[in-house]
Design a protein around this ligand. Sequence first.
Ligand SMILES: C=C(O[C@@H]1C=C(C(=O)O)C=C[C@H]1O)C(=O)O
Length: 357
Amino acid sequence: MKEETAIFFKKLAQTIAANVPFVVYRKPNENLVTVVVQNTTKLYHLNTFLEKGFVFSPYSKTAHKIIFPASKSKMFEAELSDFEDLGVGVQGVDAELNMCDNEVKNNHILLTKKAIDFIQHKNAEKIVISRKEVLERNNFEVLNSYKKMLKNYKNAMVYLWFHPKVGCWMGASPERLIHMHKNEFKTMALAGTQSFENTTEVVWKTKEKEEQQFVTDYILDTVKDAIKNIKISKPYTVKAGSLLHLRTDISGELKCEDGLGNLIDSLHPTPAVCGLPKHIATNFILENEMYDRSFYTGYLGELNVKNETNLYVNLRCMEIEKNQISLFVGGGITKDSLAENEWRETVFKAEIMKEIL
Ligand SMILES: C=C(O[C@@H]1C=C(C(=O)O)C=C[C@H]1O)C(=O)O
């Protein structure tokens, strides 16, 4: 390991040990790893999207979004040339990787069937159903796992976030919510999942094509008043860990300089993590999921930092507590869904995270 890299990780280890609010992150396909450390343990809530700093937003629209304000934080960073050489230790069995018990499986399948039925009766077009999988924390070392994530998920936003009054979250998000540089806007519609079998030349079924098209249509409809010169790519296949997704890139220019806040607010949650129509899917999730999504399917990232905003959807993430680690996984349900397949999709998504524990 280069000396500069070793010094960076030593400083990061000291930050983690200090129990102060911090986040370390690396944006997709970049080499720069940034650490933001808040100067005090105060909890700052985001009031307007004009603020500058690192935002961590829960899924719920009514819950407080957290910010590490740039003016109340310091920062250090390192440009890593080689993610293969991070000195990742072998952890052995770090968390009890028990297969899910039958009750968890049965509950998820029952809920998925309920959603399919609800959709087939024309109450909604798509609903994202998710679950939480709790693992016993045994021999887990957070920095070691974070390094594994950096190495394994190069095209993801790989982060570790901590606030002593809130908790600790880690994830590798494949999904951008919004990129804004000056007035240049970018987002993506990401949905549809299958496992990677050594090629991205794959066939997508109608179910996946349709569920991804829902997301594209929704985003286009949502941004059309705020964005001009909209460009849309064709849907294409992207790899996220050992999974493949369908993705459409959408870009354009923000019409009005102070339109960012409204745009973020109207995009979140997209049908990639909630469903359509949005209010019906939202209510279905609230009434039926029976657990708190907390920060899963919320969003996180830089707000107005170096003239840019880069927010990502909080997916493939976990909450790390003293004695346990909770993985959060879900998938989009449509009229053509099969409950057993949807269950398997969540198992694959959980496996991606288990690989780095
Ligand atoms: C909800 C999740 O992922 C979302 C749902 C997907 C799907 O239904 O195929 C694919 C990517 C994400 O937009 C998750 O990973 O937990």
